[in-house]
Design a protein around this ligand. Structure first.
Ligand code: PLP
Length: 374
């Protein structure tokens, strides 16, 4: 039986055009971009043209784009730089960030540096009044790190309003955009943000490659020390085929953004309708039908002996979905996000997340199976 893959917030299948763009850099074009002879020059050119493509698609300057090993490294780099290089003495984040931010702010928010979390509204959205009050009450410079879209419940942050608040208080603003780069058109010249993080494998690009956007107005030191790659900002021989793949995946994603996003949103809406029709007691987490990522649907069901085994039983039935973020899928540790927004021990939660490769027929099959397993 064919598997049904509804875990696209964890990772996505590589687009075949992306693979094609990457292949030469895994075979014939293997030079080290730091080498001065022809092999090196051709891979250096590939890295720099990928940077230009990414910058054009995000409306940034090429000098503001740094390639990293993924979203986790980008988040770590931005948060460490805000503390060590930009004088931030207080960090404001949210309890529903991905662990790549949460564990990092817990690490840096110690000693001289303090840490607080914004309040959340019942919808799971950030309470902007609380953010305003927290910023106003701090004498020291703050780092605000808030994700653009939540990977578990899909809630979308009003990144412009947060950026304007940060501007008002001279705070540094970092946004983990791992779930939105390649899924929404971003215009970084018009977005009041100092850092954003993106990751290739969330939009049909390769794993192990990401970007950190660093606004021209901030000057930071490297997080990874060693060679002079990435204009002295990120040491280590470049992941050339990953970088080429990242740029190609972003190009493909943005070329078909309108068509793909409308299609994937129609799948999500259809699944909400079908789950409601089939399972009367289903509820949806976050602002599922409001300001929400079109790729993610988090559903909760009453906890019973049977429903508690749902992820396991879905897997046996060749359906891939998760209980929370990728790190917790499979292992039933509960999700810190669900815990923060809906502290109801009598519910079990499943995150379904979609891509352009999913179909309505797959949704029908999954809803039928969920109906049987609840
Ligand atoms: N931030 C968010 C919101 C994510 O969903 C993920 C991936 O699960 C990450 C960060 C980590 O990205 P990467 O896997 O590229 O390190």
């Amino acid at each position: 039986m064919e598997r049904i893959y509804f875990d696209n917030a964890a990772t996505t299948a590589l687009d075949k055009d992306v693979l094609e763009a990457m292949l030469p850099y895994m075979t014939t074009h293997f030079g080290n971009p730091s080498s001065i002879y022809s092999y090196g020059r051709e891979t250096r050119l590939a890295v720099e043209s990928a940077r230009k493509t990414v910058a054009r698609l995000l409306n940034a300057h090429p000098g503001e784009i740094f390639f990293t090993s993924g979203g986790t490294e980008s988040n770590n780099t931005a948060i460490a730089a805000a503390v060590y290089d930009l004088g931030c003495k207080h960090i404001i984040s949210s309890p529903i960030e991905h662990h790549a931010v949460l564990h990092t702010v817990e690490h840096y928010g110690r000693g001289d540096v303090t840490l607080s979390f914004v309040k959340l509204l019942p919808s799971g959205h950030v309470d902007l009044d609380d953010l305003d009050e927290q910023l106003a009450s701090q004498a020291d410079r703050c780092l605000v790190t808030l994700m653009h879209a939540n990977n578990e419940i899909g809630n979308l942050l009003d990144i412009n309003s947060v950026g304007m608040l940060c501007k008002k208080y001279n705070a540094i603003f970092h946004s983990d955009c791992v779930q939105t780069v390649g899924h929404y058109p971003l215009d970084l010249r018009k977005t009041p943000v100092h850092f954003i993080s993106g990751s290739g494998h969330k939009f049909h690009g390769p794993k192990g490659v990401g970007i950190l956007y660093v606004n021209d107005n901030v000057k930071i030191h490297p997080f990874i020390l060693g060679g002079s790659q990435e204009r002295n900002m990120r040491a280590g021989t470049e992941n050339v085929y990953g970088i080429v793949g990242f740029a190609k995946a972003l190009e493909v994603a943005m070329d078909s953004y309108e068509k793909d996003s409308a299609y994937i949103q129609s799948l999500k809406t259809y699944m909400i309708e079908q789950l409601r029709r089939r399972i009367k007691c289903v509820s949806f987490n976050g602002d599922a039908e409001g300001k929400s990522l079109y790729t993610v649907l988090s559903a909760s069901f009453p906890k019973t002996e049977r429903s508690e085994m749902i992820l396991f039983n879905l897997d046996i039935n060749h359906i891939c979905a998760s209980g929370g973020s990728a790190c917790t899928s499979g292992a039933d540790q509960g999700s810190h996000v669900i815990h923060a927004i809906n502290n109801n021990p009598n519910l079990v939660t499943v995150r379904f997340s979609f891509s352009k490769y999913n179909t309505k027929e797959e949704i029908d099959m999954v809803v039928d199976k969920v109906g049987e397993l609840i």
